[in-house]
Structures are given as C-alpha cells and as structure tokens.
Design a protein around this ligand. Structure first.
Ligand code: NAD
Length: 370
C-alpha cells in the first residue's frame, strides 16, 4: 500500500514512526511526505532510508505520488481542504482529530466519501480501545441502571511554551479561517469524543440541551478551563477540564447510574468497575492502532474501522456549540503564575476541585464560583 504523510512536525512524528514500522513489516511503502518546514534530522533520516520524497507543497505530493492512503497530521484549519484534495485524487485518508471545524466541512467530506466509496478514519485513538467496547456493552445491557451520567475530567498544565509552539496554538481563527484550538475542542477533544461514544451518541447531529461555559487564564483567544453539559433523552454528558491545574492528573471518563459506576483512564486501557456486586474490579484491555487498522481494512482484512468519519458527527456538532459560547477571563486574583522567564504556567486557585465537582454533579463552573 502506497502511503503519504502530510505534516511531519509535532504529532506527525508519531505517524512517521508508525509508518516506518509498517514499512519495515512490508505492509506499506512510504512514497512521500509534505510539510511547509524542512524535516528535522530524525525525520530526514527516515525519509532517506525509506526513499520517500519530500515536498513543501502538499498538492505537489498528492499529484506526484497518487497514494492509496494519505495521513493528515496538520493543524485543524487545514484538515478539510487536505482531506478533500486527497479524496478527489482517489486516496483513502487517516485524518487527525479534530477532523474538521464545523458541520459544513463535515458534510463536504461525507459527500466526497459517498461519491467515491473511499474510507476515512479519524485519529481519536481511544476509540480503538477494548475498554470502550466493554463500557458500551455494559451500557447496552443496562448494567449501569437508570439516570446515566457519563463525565470526564482533565487536569493538565500547559505552559507559555505550549501556547507559543505553533502559529495556530491558542487561536480561534488564523488567516481568517476557524482553528478552534480550545481546551474542549483540541487538547481534551478525546474526553468529549469518548463520553459521546460511551453513551452511543457519537453519530447524532442534534442534542436536546447543550450548555457550555468557557474561561481563560492564559493570554489566548480560546478557553483553557471549561465545562460542557449535554442532556439528551434520559442521559447526561459532562466534560469539565482545565489546562491550568494545581496538580496534573491523567483524564478519566466516568460512567455512573443507579446500578453502578465505571472509571476509564482513557489514555490507557484499564476500567475500574463497581456494579454493586462485591466491590470494585479492575479489567484490562488491549487497543487497536488506528493506522494498522485502516491499512488492514484497505488490504482486505476482515476488520472494521474504529473511528470512521461518520462516527465523529456528534463531536463536530458539539464543536459548533462549544465555539459559539463566549470565553470569559478568569479574575487575575485567582491566577498564580509559576515558572521561569523561559516558560511560565498559569494555575487557577481551586480549579481542580471545581472541575471534579462539575463533572461528578453535573453543575456548571459558574455555579461553583468561577
Ligand atoms: N491523536 C492525538 O492524540 C493527537 C495528539 C497531538 C496532536 N494531534 C492533532 O494533530 C494535528 C497536528 O497537531 P500538532 O500539535 O502536531 O501541530 P504542529 O503545529 O506541532 O505540527 C503540524 C505540522 O504541520 C505542518 N504544516 C502546517 N501547515 C502545513 C501545510 N500547509 N502543508 C504541510 N504541512 C503543514 C507544520 O509545519 C508542522 O510540522 C492537530 O489536528 C492536532 O489536534 C492529535
């Protein structure tokens, strides 16, 4: 299978390493790469070893190589354009998350997929986890009972270096195009997507009630501390996150109902289950790699994509709701600045507790005093 990669820096380096591994197994031929910036020495070494051609313009890469599969690992505002060009040239696509910035772009890509019969997998990698499959199976069997609330919390710290690393970091728009690099739509996009998937809401394109509150402590255009609450039918989804945490903790997706609860630290594949039948039990799962999966599917293996584009409709609908909400400045009296001259972090006093309370009780950050 002839594969090309667009975007070599940042997360593109992870894709390049994976493509190098698959090329070593004889499963793919890395025919070319594109980036507006010259490859770093480690990337240049892989390209040379794999005899992969480097282009500064992605259009030239697609024209020159006509790949079977294109991996797109560029900033979000370029995804729709690049995926559409790849599809028009007859290539399948592995598209990084967030797939697109609004439903108009979603519909355009869906239209191209149905016209061409091509496949598009989106890089929400925890959808390949067996942990998610187990939670969905329990939910469908009614094991969590009634009054289902699926929530996620995230306590990360992102310093000034993070916000300055790329022209699009912390931006809502760049060169007149929507980027939407907010906490809920990019760094914690997985939290939103995973909660949707646990509830089985990922393909919905309308929800009964969506409430969003966005705040910022950093000098950015978007939010770094936010809550999203979605109610639909008898279920509730709450995602409460901060990039200004007092203590860093890996994000957790929690399911609660009258019949029990489960906690999934979704950057891994372990679920702690408490279904009221003799204490909590930990279950461990494996995870399908999204690139391996699409390569296998396109090679005719009997597998299914974990995250086809259509499975991200609910996410993109929520991106629209999230980005329509105003961003409020957090009072400077609540913000502590730590670090050196080279990189400073802003920490919001009391934010860890507020984020946890919002997620576990389904209340908003403003109701908790932010
Ligand atoms: N799945 C995950 O867990 C995960 C993790 C990190 C990032 N991402 C996603 O990956 C994407 C890239 O994020 P990043 O943090 O690596 O960004 P980045 O800015 O660090 O890297 C993007 C790369 O794309 C290149 N690029 C920019 N414009 C280009 C163009 N017109 N043509 C070709 N190359 C171009 C840049 O030069 C850079 O090398 C984003 O959508 C991000 O959300 C996903």
């Amino acid at each position: 299978m002839r594969v090309a990669l667009i975007g070599l820096g940042g997360f593109g380096a992870v894709h390049l390493a994976e493509l190098d591994r698959l090329a070593g197994l004889g499963k793919v031929d890395l025919v070319g790469c594109a980036d507006t910036v010259s490859p770093a020495p480690a990337a240049a070494e892989v390209l040379e070893r794999r005899r992969s051609v480097f282009h500064e313009r992605y259009e030239e890469l697609l024209e020159a190589t006509r790949p079977d599969l294109v991996v797109v690992a560029t900033p979000p505002h370029l995804h729709a354009e690049m995926a559409a060009s790849a599809m028009r040239g007859g290539s399948h696509v592995l598209l990084e998350k967030p797939p697109v910035v609004d439903m108009a772009e979603m519909r355009a890509l869906e239209g191209l997929l149905s016209e061409t019969g091509l496949s598009c997998q989106v890089g929400f990698q925890s959808l390949g986890s067996g942990a998610l499959g187990r939670l969905c199976e329990l939910r469908r069997a009614g094991a969590f009972g009634d009054g289902l609330r699926v929530s996620a919390t995230g306590h990360w710290q992102r310093d000034s270096g993070y916000w300055q690393r790329s022209p699009w970091a912390g931006r809502d728009t760049l060169d007149g195009r929507a980027v939407h690099d907010g906490a809920l739509t990019n760094p914690f996009a997985h939290a939103v997507m995973n909660c949707l998937a646990v509830l089985g809401w990922e393909s919905l394109d309308r929800f009964e009630e969506v409430v969003v509150e966005r705040f910022r402590a950093n000098p950015i255009e978007v939010d770094d501390t936010s809550v999203l609450r979605v109610r639909h039918g008898t279920g509730e989804l709450v995602v409460a996150v901060t990039l200004c945490a007092e203590t860093i903790r890996e994000p957790v997706c929690t399911v609660r109902g009258t019949g029990g609860s489960a906690a999934w630290g979704y950057t891994g594949d372990e679920v702690t289950l408490d279904l009221g039948d003799g204490g909590a039990a930990v279950e461990r799962f494996s995870r399908a790699g999204l690139l391996d999966e699409i390569v296998d599917v396109l090679s005719g293996e009997d597998r299914e994509l974990s995250c086809p584009l259509a499975r991200t409709r609910g996410f993109v609908r929520l991106v629209e709701a999230i980005t329509a909400a105003p961003v409020h400045e957090i009072a400077s009296s609540r913000i502590a600045v730590a670090g050196s001259r080279a990189a400073t972090s802003r920490v919001v006093t009391g934010v860890d507790e507020m984020v946890d309370a919002a997620a576990s009780r389904g209340v908003l950050l403003s109701e908790l005093g932010l």
